[in-house]
Design a protein around this ligand. Structure first.
Ligand code: NAD
Length: 516
């Protein structure tokens, strides 16, 4: 099978009138489909339940995006059995066929890019460019994993041995659970699910409650292109019920999770327990939160730094694991840089993200709003409020982009993940102190360093302990297949989505030696 080398899906330019018109039309088409009912899909069989999870538009909390059936442990059990029934045939399906299905799914997403983007505008409040970028990322992930699977199947780098025919190959693990977050409901769900599938595993997907509709659309696409229905079950449901039952199930071979640190740690602990009847140690991948620093020294291009601090902190309302939620600025340029960041922040237009000019939409739901508002109170004690600081107008969950300056490096708003549009600014003595401060949280996901000094840049590359380090650019916007993504320390198990080794998590190596 010959496929062209990987190349990233280009970003769409919404400055072009035709792209704007097309996206607008997609928003209208998708709006007409909002409010549908989605059953569980167990081995392709739709299963409805009397209980519902309702996903609402965070900009208009009364607008129902989708109503979803709710899985309980008995559904988990059925889905696991179905997965094992499908596993022998799916795991023996040639990798070329499995890779082809991913490429087909990537093509469908390419064709329906505007529609999927529009759905995320309604379901999670993504501004247009963020929603579109996410659809492109889903395409990239499948294009990348299809090629990686083919490469791994062809790889046998072991030495020959006289008198034996030897082989080292990768085989799939079995049936696993994928538990995904709401903030990248298409891309991250696609990434974990299709990486597992292309490696020959069967998947039970438990998506985040607040983004269940995007996940349902994705599963529909994957089934349509030919992923066997038994190989992919969809269990919408609550994390503490369906998610936990999935993690605890003795016949689950692996869990791929992206979400918060608290839930990740809980999954790690629970998955370690060996239950009666369990014949393996579960493999667990956890991609968790971050408290990412953007360090700026006195040699930096301050306009660029100000722009990228603002974009890193407030892109998608600060609800990215990679968000630059701390700016660490050396003292000598602190008073010069800050007004520029504040000025850019004040220019961000807030509102309903169906409007193409909106740069900052709502936060995901009432719970997030409350949590962020609590942090704004904490921030008032811990720093000087430069802009924002409260709810913004509108019926949705709108919070003003907020900057606190003069924050101590150990303060709560400088060390805890807030997951909202809140930036804490910390003053550093010099660049070394800045890099030290950047390393002072328990996380280690992304980080940026702005400097024009090559020696300092080399120093930062050695010492800034994060999974994704960016020099003179923002901390968000990793390209799959280009910037493998995943963090250190409490940011997770560093499996590096979109990287060269990611599929190995879903595979086990087998050595076969035959005496000649
Ligand atoms: P979350 O932890 O609340 O939920 C994630 C998923 O876990 C959801 O599907 C949820 O239903 C499920 N879940 C909740 N409780 C569970 C339990 N007890 N057992 C099993 N599953 C359970 O996270 P979220 O709010 O959806 O996402 C935001 C978080 O995700 C942030 O912390 C963010 O930094 C992180 N994130 C990390 C990455 C990364 O690549 N490192 C990427 C995106 C998001």
């Amino acid at each position: 099978m010959i496929i062209p080398p990987f190349s990233s899906e280009p970003a769409l330019d919404f400055g072009q009138a035709s792209n704007r018109t097309d996206f607008q039309a997609a928003l209208r088409r998708v709006e007409a489909r909002l409010g549908a009912r989605y059953p569980l899909l167990i081995g392709g069989e739709p299963v409805d339940t009397s209980e519902s999870i309702e996903s609402y538009n965070p900009a208009h909390p009364h607008q129902l995006v989708g109503s979803h059936a709710v899985a309980d442990p008995s559904h988990v059990d059925r889905a696991v059995q179905t997965g094992w029934e499908a596993f022998p045939a799916w795991s023996r399906t040639p990798v070329e066929e499995r890779a082809l299905l991913l490429l087909r799914a990537a093509e469908v997403i390419r064709q329906r890019r505007h529609e999927l983007g529009a759905l995320m505008v309604y379901e999670v409040g993504k501004p247009w460019d963020e929603a579109d970028g996410e659809a492109a990322e889903a395409v990239d992930l499948m294009e990348w994993y299809a090629r990686q699977a083919l490469g791994l199947a062809a790889r046998d780098q072991m030495s020959p041995w006289p008198g034996e025919a030897t082989q080292f190959r990768y085989i799939p693990l079995g049936v696993g659970g994928v538990i995904s977050p709401w903030n990248f409901p298409l891309a991250l769900t696609t990434g974990m699910t299709t990486a597992a599938l292309v490696s020959g595993n069967c998947v039970i997907l438990k998506p985040a409650e607040t983004a269940s509709t995007t996940a349902a659309w994705l599963v529909e696409i994957l089934h349509q292109v030919g992923i066997p229905r038994g190989a992919l079950s969809l269990l919408s449901g609550r994390g503490e019920v369906a998610g936990e039952a999935l993690v605890d199930h003795p016949q689950i071979r692996f869990v791929a999770f992206t979400g918060s640190k608290e839930v990740g740690i809980r999954i790690y602990e629970r998955a370690a327990k060996v239950h009666p009847g369990q014949r393996w140690l579960k493999r667990v991948q956890l991609e968790m939160g971050g408290k990412n620093a953007v360090v700026v020294d006195e040699t930096a291009d301050l306009d660029l730094a100000a722009l990228d601090i603002t974009r890193s902190a407030f892109g998608f309302q600060g609800q990215k694991c990679s968000a630059g939620s701390r700016a660490v600025v050396v003292s000598s340029v602190y008073d010069d840089l800050l007004p520029r960041v504040v000025e850019l922040t004040k220019r961000i237009r807030m509102g309903d993200p169906v409007d193409p000019d909106v740069g900052l939409g709502p936060v995901i739901d009432g719970d997030a709003e409350e949590k962020i508002l609590d942090y704004l109170q904490v921030g008032r004690d811990e720093g000087e409020l430069l802009t924002g600081g409260g709810r913004a107008e509108g019926e949705g969950h709108f919070i003003e982009p907020t900057i606190f300056a003069g924050v101590a490096e150990g303060a709560r708003i400088a060390t805890e993940e807030i997951f909202g549009p809140v930036l804490a600014v910390v003053r550093a003595r010099d660049f070394e102190d800045g890099i030290r401060i950047a390393n002072q949280t328990e996380y280690g996901l992304t980080g940026s360093y702005f400097s024009r000094d090559p020696e300092r840049i080399a120093y930062a590359k050695e010492r800034l302990h994060v999974g994704n380090l960016y020099i003179n650019r923002r901390s968000t916007g990793a390209q799959m297949g280009v910037h493998p993504f995943g963090g250190f320390n409490m940011s997770g198990t560093d499996t590096k989505a979109g990287g060269p080794d990611y599929l190995l998590f879903f595979l086990q190596g087998q050595s076969v030696a035959e005496k000649l």
